[in-house]
Every structure is written in structure tokens, then in C-alpha cells.
Design a binder for this molecule. Structure first.
Ligand code: MG
Length: 337
């Protein structure tokens, strides 16, 4: 199997203001696999806070390419064989989760292309269970928020980044512009438990449906304290990356945000969804700022989830792929394969 890759610099439509700073571009890598005359494409989306970049991904994917080159010619592609390859790819080096995800997504895309069957069908998911996807508004001035909300018209849910010292003002501004339900992401920005609980009550009164990652990722005690008292479901994002993290965090949250770029792709993502369910956790599928390639792969996991936050490809100017089709605020799976 031939594995090649090329870096992409994704240009954000709006500079992204988070509790941690401002971003205008984000790094991605497109990985292409060629096998028996067919092609599969995968993506690594690499936000700076997980430590991956074009250089680390290139070093890792070079190793992956060497391994994939030696696949026997009679290798048959299916769900189990892809999972088997991914176990080997995972073992090549620690970390590199997004680079690994690009290989996994490319293998799944190759499987769909070889069998000429939509991936969601191969994976046995029911597109009727697709949850609506939220559209993220970064922290911004009221003027810019007004502009951004225009981009959100096709979406039924707004996701708002909080974790500032003026979170209520942000929600009030959004509420002046729309009465759509809101998912709030504190991005590890809250520090005081009592204040967080008061704010959570206030958010619930103002149409917020869930709260993501209230405290620092390792401060599970505070997250558990809040989860025990909060009316709103509290979700882990940065606190939980991979399947192996689930047992340590399950007691501290009501749900977990699964992202392909954190958990090395669809093979582990599906296992993670099943494991999280068995632990009584609610599920959200999320994304980084990424192209339609990564988003449409994640959309195949979405029907297993209660919530979807798959807006990444609507936040960039230079998406090399077509935007996903949307119906009633939900991504349509029919076109993919
Ligand atoms: Mg988040």
C-alpha cells in the first residue's frame, strides 16, 4: 500500500478567540492511500494545544508509510482488518493521535471506495439517528458575534466558548441575537467550584443545554463536584482523549466528547462510544477546525451519539472538499462513500 501525505494550512474565516489565545490558521495534513487502483483520503487536524504539527506528523507518517508498504498483496480490507492495521500503526510511536487518525480515516475511505458503498452503511449506522450539529461562536465582541451568527443560519444549535470572566455577558449578547439552544464550552477556563455551580444554574435558565470541560483537564475532583450538583450535563473534552482514559474520568462527568483527532480515528472511536455507553456516559462527537474529509468521517459516528458538534469545515475559507449537505441542521450521510 502506498501512503503519501501533504501539509495544509487552513485559514479561519474568523480569528478564533479562546480562553487560551487567538488563532488565524490551523495545521492539517492530508494522507492518501493507494491500493489496488483505489484511493483513500484521510485528514489530521492539529490544533496547537495537542502538540502535533506538520513536522511531527510528517515524521510519524513516514514511519506509517514504511509499515503500510509491506502489507501483503492479498490483504483484504474490512472493519476488522482496518482495526488490525491501526493497532500496528498505533504501536509505531506514542502520541501522534491526529496523524494516526489520518491513516484510519484514509483506510475507511479506501474501504468505501473499494466496495463502492457509503461508509456509514459499511459501519452499520442508522442515518435517521443523526443528531443536529451545533455551530461554534468563538469569544468575540458583540459586533463580530452579530456577523458570525449570520453564518449559523443553517444550524439549529449554537455552541459558545466560555471560560472568561464575563461569561454571562457573552450569553446575553448571543441571546439578543438568537433563541436557539446553546451548548457551552468552558474550555478549562473555570476555577471556582461555587461560582461554576451558580453560573451553571444561570446558564440552564438561559437555554444552555450542556456544559463542556468546566475545569482544568486534570482537575477531576472539581468536575466531579460540579457534576454531582449541576442540573446540566457536564461533558469531558480535554480530560479524555482515548479509550484508555475513559475509566479514569467516567465518575467525574455525565458525558464525553469523542473526537477522531484525539482518539486516533473511527476504529477506536466506535470502541470508545460503546465503552462510554456501558459506563453510563452520554456521548458527543466533536471536531477540530478541519476540512470536510475529517468532518464526514466523524459524521459516521454521530448517529451513535446524543450530541454532535461537527462544524469545523464551515469555519475555514480554503476547504479543498465540498461542504457536507445539511438538512434541518443535520449533516446528511447519503452522499458519502
Ligand atoms: Mg471543547
Amino acid at each position: 500500500m502506498l501512503c503519501t501525505f501533504r501539509p495544509l494550512l487552513l485559514e479561519l474565516k474568523h480569528p478564533f478567540r479562546l480562553a487560551t489565545g487567538v488563532r488565524t490558521h490551523t495545521n492539517a495534513m492530508l494522507t492518501t492511500l493507494q491500493w489496488n487502483g483505489c484511493t483513500g483520503i484521510g485528514e489530521a487536524a492539529m490544533p496547537p494545544y495537542y502538540g502535533e504539527n506538520h513536522d511531527t506528523a510528517a515524521v510519524f507518517l513516514e514511519k506509517a508509510a514504511q509499515w503500510l508498504k509491506n502489507l501483503p498483496p492479498d490483504w483484504e480490507i474490512n472493519r476488522e482488518s482496518i482495526a488490525g492495521v491501526m493497532e500496528n500503526i498505533d504501536a509505531l510511536a506514542p502520541g501522534n493521535n491526529a496523524a494516526k487518525a489520518s491513516v484510519d480515516i484514509a483506510l475507511h475511505n479506501l474501504w468505501a471506495n473499494i466496495t463502492r458503498t457509503p461508509l456509514w452503511q459499511l459501519l452499520g449506522v442508522n442515518p435517521d439517528l443523526m443528531p443536529p450539529t451545533s455551530f461554534t461562536l468563538g469569544i468575540d465582541t458583540p459586533e463580530v458575534l452579530r456577523e458570525k451568527i449570520q453564518d449559523a443560519q443553517a444550524f439549529q444549535i449554537i455552541k459558545v466558548k466560555l471560560g472568561t470572566n464575563h461569561d454571562q455577558d457573552i450569553i446575553r449578547t448571543v441571546r439578543e441575537l438568537t433563541d436557539k439552544p446553546i451548548y457551552a464550552d468552558a474550555n478549562q477556563g473555570w476555577t471556582d467550584r461555587e461560582q461554576a455551580l451558580d453560573l451553571t444554574h444561570w446558564l440552564a435558565e438561559n437555554g444552555v443545554k450542556i456544559v463542556e470541560q468546566p475545569f482544568k483537564k486534570h482537575d477531576l475532583a472539581s468536575s466531579q463536584w460540579l457534576s454531582d450538583r449541576s442540573l446540566l450535563p457536564i461533558f469531558a473534552d480535554e480530560s479524555c482523549q482515548r479509550l484508555a482514559d475513559l475509566p479514569q474520568i467516567a465518575h467525574a462527568f455525565h458525558g464525553v466528547n469523542i473526537k477522531l483527532m484525539k482518539c486516533t480515528g473511527l476504529s477506536e472511536g466506535f470502541r470508545m462510544a460503546a465503552a462510554a455507553r456501558s459506563m453510563g456516559l452520554k456521548l458527543m462527537v466533536g471536531c477540530m477546525t478541519e476540512t470536510s474529509c475529517g468532518i464526514m468521517a466523524a459524521a459516521c459516528l454521530a448517529p451513535l451519539c446524543n450530541y454532535a458538534d461537527l462544524d469545523g469545515c464551515w469555519l475555514i475559507r480554503n476547504n479543498p472538499f465540498e461542504l457536507p449537505e445539511m438538512k434541518e441542521g443535520k449533516i446528511c450521510l447519503t452522499a458519502y462513500g
